[in-house]
Design a protein around this ligand. Structure first.
Ligand code: KG4
Ligand code: ZN
Length: 348
């Protein structure tokens, strides 16, 4: 039973965790949200600098809370892609150094494989194949998982990620950052059918729509036009809760429709939800209800494992470590790396 210590610094959370065979022994997350809020988004250089200040204490705290010491740790893992390069470099330098100092094998981890594996932390017997609807601030994808490291991206956003759309629409409505949780809360007081907004269909040259790909930048523009129209019509104050609820309804409908169709087409009976937007209450509820009607099982991690954390990174590393996979210490960081190329991070 391998015990893995993992570090995650790909964006704006400094995280460390200790996981043993899908059991979380500790998971510590130091969020930088307050630092970036005044800029309305993540400022890469500030993120790197903050990771540098916080990472040492975060790792110490994770080890302490796990009630393990270095002699119990079998390997060190760190997110190496995709993400902000400066931010990834901080975690990777610390992870590699710890692995050398403590003579432990090292594993670089693909951040999205971490989000996929988050489902294992609470459904410890879950096994592929399944479909993962991965919705975060940087990614929106439908991924077929066939085994550890074997993934196929079947659908994706052609422009903005779903989380990015939440954050941009929140900015249009002057709601603050990050927009997802605020729109989620506000939507509970609004009418989701107040305004009809597009569901991000992608037209195909031969006619019809792409079954799984989506576009969310057009939806953001439609919200902008709606706000302008309401202002021109002298509607003040703006019906912010109705706009938020209508926007959320369009995103959720678009995501759930595609996920269910994709699972059916692929003959998959399990859908796993992952990424920060998986914290959205309407998405969780609608996906669960719709899947049940189609006899599809849904696994949704609890909130703390949906948003960025290191337990999911340790879990992904542990799946690889069990297969005998480890990384070379000359592994670099990558701002982008297709999920299909995960196996290139390891040698057996
Ligand atoms: O996975 P994540 O923590 O970081 C990335 O890897 O991107 O996702 C962050 C994204 C942000 O865009 C945030 O607005 C969104 O997840 N988010 C939500 C909710 N909570 C976080 N979106 C919708 N509803 C939520 N409750
Ligand atoms: Zn993420």
């Amino acid at each position: 039973m391998a015990t893995i210590l993992a570090i995650e610094t790909s964006c704006d959370e400094t995280a460390a965790a200790v996981v043993c065979q899908r059991q979380v022994l500790s998971s510590v997350v130091a969020s930088q949200i307050d630092l970036h809020r005044r800029y309305g988004g993540v400022v890469p250089e500030l993120a790197s600098r903050e990771h540098l200040l916080t990472v040492g204490d975060t790792v110490d705290e994770a080890l302490k809370q796990s009630q393990r010491d270095w002699s119990d740790i079998d390997a060190v893992a760190t997110t190496c892609a995709p993400g902000l390069v400066g931010a990834l470099l901080v975690g990777m330098s610390v992870g590699k150094t710890l692995s050398m100092v403590h003579h432990k094998p090292f594993l670089g981890v693909h951040h999205l494989e971490g989000h996929i594996c988050a489902a294992y932390l609470e459904e410890t017997s879950l096994q592929p194949p399944f479909l993962c609807l991965l919705v975060s601030g940087g990614h929106t994808s439908l991924i077929r998982a066939d085994s550890c490291g074997q993934y196929k991206v079947l659908g994706k956003t052609r422009d903005d990620a779903a989380g990015e759309a939440f954050d941009k629409v929140a900015r249009l409505l002057d709601l603050g950052y990050p927009g997802g949780p605020i729109i989620d809360r506000l939507s509970q007081q609004g009418d989701p059918n107040a305004f009809k907004l597009p569901e991000g269909n992608i037209s195909l040259p031969e006619g019809g729509y792409h079954p799984y790909d989506a576009s969310f930048s057009g939806l953001k523009t439609a919200v902008l036009r709606l706000i302008e129209q309401l202002k021109t019509d002298g509607i003040e104050p703006l019906p912010v809760a109705d706009i938020a609820a209508s926007f959320q309804h369009a995103v959720v409908k678009a995501l759930v429709k595609r996920a269910i169709r994709c699972a059916q087409d692929q003959g998959l009976t399990t859908v796993v939800l992952g990424g920060g937007v998986a914290a959205n209450s309407s998405l969780r509820h609608t996906l669960t209800q719709t899947a049940a009607a189609h006899r599809i099982n849904v696994y949704i991690p609890s909130f703390k494992f949906c948003t960025d954390n290191a337990a999911m990174i340790a879990c992904a590393a542990s799946e690889h470590f069990d297969q005998g996979h480890v990384s070379n210490l000359n592994l670099g960081v990558y701002s982008r790396l297709p999920l299909e190329n995960v196996s290139e991070l390891y040698y057996a």
